[in-house]
Design a protein around this ligand. Structure first.
Ligand SMILES: C[S@@+](CC[C@H](N)C(=O)[O-])C[C@H]1O[C@@H](n2cnc3c(N)ncnc32)[C@H](O)[C@@H]1O
Length: 249
């Protein structure tokens, strides 16, 4: 399996390297022995990287193609993991209370209309004292079309459906594809409020001014230290945020 965008290093993964970035590792402690639910796992590269480090992983995505590729990749890599085709706003009740850690990263909530449904599902899936770690693209970066000059292409928050033309796919192999897509802008406050409303105890919310993955090649600049930043008028703006929350006992 190849990835023509270069966004995903599948060959490197099959050769033994991990898809877990420095930023992900700074948020997630060792997962060995944990039951881990990966929401919107796409084709499972991060899921299988966690599984390789000893987690018992279940990945969920609503794309049949993504789930099929995840299962193929697991077989190819010889890593046991379970992949479930489901909408993260309607997680199967069979997942309830099964996990120590729910993880989701980069480009998940912007596709979800109901934050309440998403966080309620994540909450139900956890055992008492289980943790949620969400590492997301910052909505400020998502709404930015150009850093210089500064141009915004959408709104910051509110959750109203935004229809836009999607050029290519982040899955690779179809760079010439152009198709309408629907996204839902959720501000950081709305995200944290939905988590609290679902019953989570919020432990930490961190906004990151740099990332080691180039989520928006059109607006991010790679600095000499190797980190990607969104710099506007000499100031670094947040490119990602991480939310750590617990389902209390
Ligand atoms: C940008 S990818 C997630 C990135 C992932 N962390 C990775 O590195 O591959 C977004 C994924 O969300 C999935 N998705 C979008 N909306 C969903 C929903 N409501 N339920 C389940 N999966 C969804 C898409 O199919 C896609 O695989």
């Amino acid at each position: 399996m190849t990835d023509e965008t270069g966004h995903y290093d599948v060959d490197g993964f099959l050769g033994g390297s991990s898809a877990l970035t420095t930023t992900i590792r700074s948020e997630v402690r060792p997962v060995d022995g944990l039951d881990l639910l990966h929401l919107q796992c796409h084709f499972g590269l991060e899921s299988l990287s966690f599984a390789r480090e000893g987690a018992r992983v279940t990945g969920v995505d609503f794309s049949p193609a993504a789930i099929e590729h995840a299962r193929l990749l697991a077989a190819q890599a010889g890593i046991p993991a379970t992949f479930v085709e489901a909408d993260t706003q309607e997680l199967p009740t069979s997942l309830d209370g099964q996990f120590d850690l729910v993880f989701a990263s980069y480009g998940t909530l912007c596709w979800v209309a109901s934050l309440d449904a998403w966080f309620q599902g994540a909450f139900r899936a956890l055992r008492p004292n289980g943790k949620l770690i969400l590492l997301e693209i910052h909505p400020l970066m998502l709404m930015t079309d150009s850093a210089s000059p500064l141009v915004f292409g959408s709104v910051y928050l509110g959750g109203a459906a935004q229809v836009f033309q999607w050029e290519g796919t982040y899955a690779g192999g179809a760079a010439s594809v152009s198709q309408p897509a629907v996204g839902y802008p959720h501000g950081v406050g709305e995200v944290v409020t939905a988590a609290a409303r679902a019953g989570f105890v919020i432990e930490d919310l961190t906004e990151h001014l740099r990332d080691d993955k180039e989520h928006r090649p059109d607006v991010l600049v790679r600095d000499p230290d190797g980190w990607y930043r969104l710099s506007v008028a000499g100031q670094d703006l947040p490119v990602a945020y991480s939310l750590r929350a617990t389902r209390a006992a």
